[in-house]
Design a protein around this ligand. Structure first.
Ligand SMILES: Nc1ncnc2c1ncn2[C@@H]1O[C@H](COP(=O)(O)OP(=O)(O)O)[C@@H](O)[C@H]1O
Ligand SMILES: [Mg+2]
Length: 323
């Protein structure tokens, strides 16, 4: 409803993770590159953790979008960690399109293993992606450990990406899962944005939504208030900004004032809290950096393409017929 008033072509602060809105902070880039590199180089087992709302699912969607473009990659994408072991294996098999799926755990494992081996013999890559992996039971993590056994002397046959909240690390630290933990080849951790990144994030989203005057809508003092109340958590930034635009539009204000942000924070009962920040743990091999650059270029292209498409749509003459 506020889009026309602020000259926006689409909603800038949707909560659903949309790859075309990716704001590539150094850390998001490195995490995305670690996922990409892990799959492409057959590293086997990659773990990404981060507090809720830091952009994990968004990164997975970005990754899957680029993997989809490669005909040599098949993946199963599980985003519900609350499955039973049989359901979990059935889901993987179903997603990979393995026919005649069994109800027996052992048989299912065997069917999946045969499929993965047959693909690797044809030099094809198979990936298992689990989002919300902090919910996985010890039993399922044990099935995953069995799947990580699929390997040759040189490489892993099934690429496994586990993505979840920091509790996932705690689970992997438990003595029973030591063997699984030892197989983690790459690990990344996402943290909230800092104040400069928060500013860049808000401006980028407004620009991608078509705003010609991002810094007029959200002036620096308003962004400072958003950072203070959100502590740089992207999901919270989106919620605050979306509500701020609705409130400011209601008052027909071309600029969102800091008071509006404070009121929203009160409505949402956002106390100013310090999020748990973990020690930096990023993969820093040169290959990962190179992959980050490739991906950055990929997304710059994607965003440019989207802008071009939007422009050409605007050029289409519209005829209005009165009836
Ligand atoms: N680097 C980023 N660039 C653009 N949007 C982001 C970024 N990080 C997070 N977001 C946005 O924040 C919201 C929460 O991200 P999400 O991936 O669902 O978090 P998580 O899975 O870690 O809980 C989504 O709307 C997502 O698009
Ligand atoms: Mg998520």
């Amino acid at each position: 409803m506020y889009k026309a008033f602020y000259s926006l072509k689409r909603n800038p602060f949707e909560i659903t993770p949309d790859p075309s809105f990716l704001f590539p902070t150094g850390r998001h880039n490195e995490a995305l590159a670690a996922l990409y590199y892990g799959v492409r180089r057959h590293k086997g087992f990659v773990v990404l953790t981060g507090e809720v709302g830091t952009g994990k699912t968004l990164l997975l969607r970005c990754l899957l979008q680029s993997l989809k473009q490669s005909s040599d990659i098949a993946y199963a994408y599980i985003f519900n960690g609350l499955l039973s072991p049989v359901e979990f294996l059935q889901y993987i098999a179903g997603d990979l399109g393995i026919p005649a799926v069994s109800k027996n755990k052992g048989e299912l494992l065997l069917q999946i293993a045969r499929y993965v081996i047959a693909r690797s013999q044809k030099k094809l890559t198979t990936v298992l992606v689990v989002d919300e992996a902090h919910h996985l039971s010890a039993e399922i993590l044990e099935e995953i450990r069995l799947l990580t056994n699929l390997e040759t002397a040189n490489e892993k046959l099934l690429q496994i990406l586990l993505v979840g909240q920091p509790e996932l690390d705690d689970k992997l630290d438990s003595p029973d899962l030591r063997q699984l933990k030892q197989r983690v080849a790459l690990r990344s951790h996402l943290v909230p944005l800092n104040s400069d990144e928060t500013k860049g994030y808000i401006q980028r989203r407004l620009e991608l939504a078509g705003s010609p005057s991002a810094s007029v809508i959200f002036p620096p003092e308003t962004i400072a208030a958003i950072y203070q109340h959100s502590q740089g958590l992207p999901r919270l930034i989106n919620t605050i900004c979306e509500n701020a635009l609705i409130a400011a539009y209601g008052k027909q204000m071309p600029s969102v004032s800091p008071d509006i942000i404070d009121d929203i924070a009160k409505d949402f009962r956002l106390g100013v809290q310090t999020p748990k920040v973990k020690k930096e743990q990023t993969a820093d091999e040169p290959d990962v950096r190179k992959a980050a650059q490739t991906l950055l270029a990929l997304y710059a292209n994607l965003q440019a393409q989207q802008t071009r498409e939007e422009k050409s749509r605007m050029r289409v003459p519209v005829r209005v017929t009165e009836q």
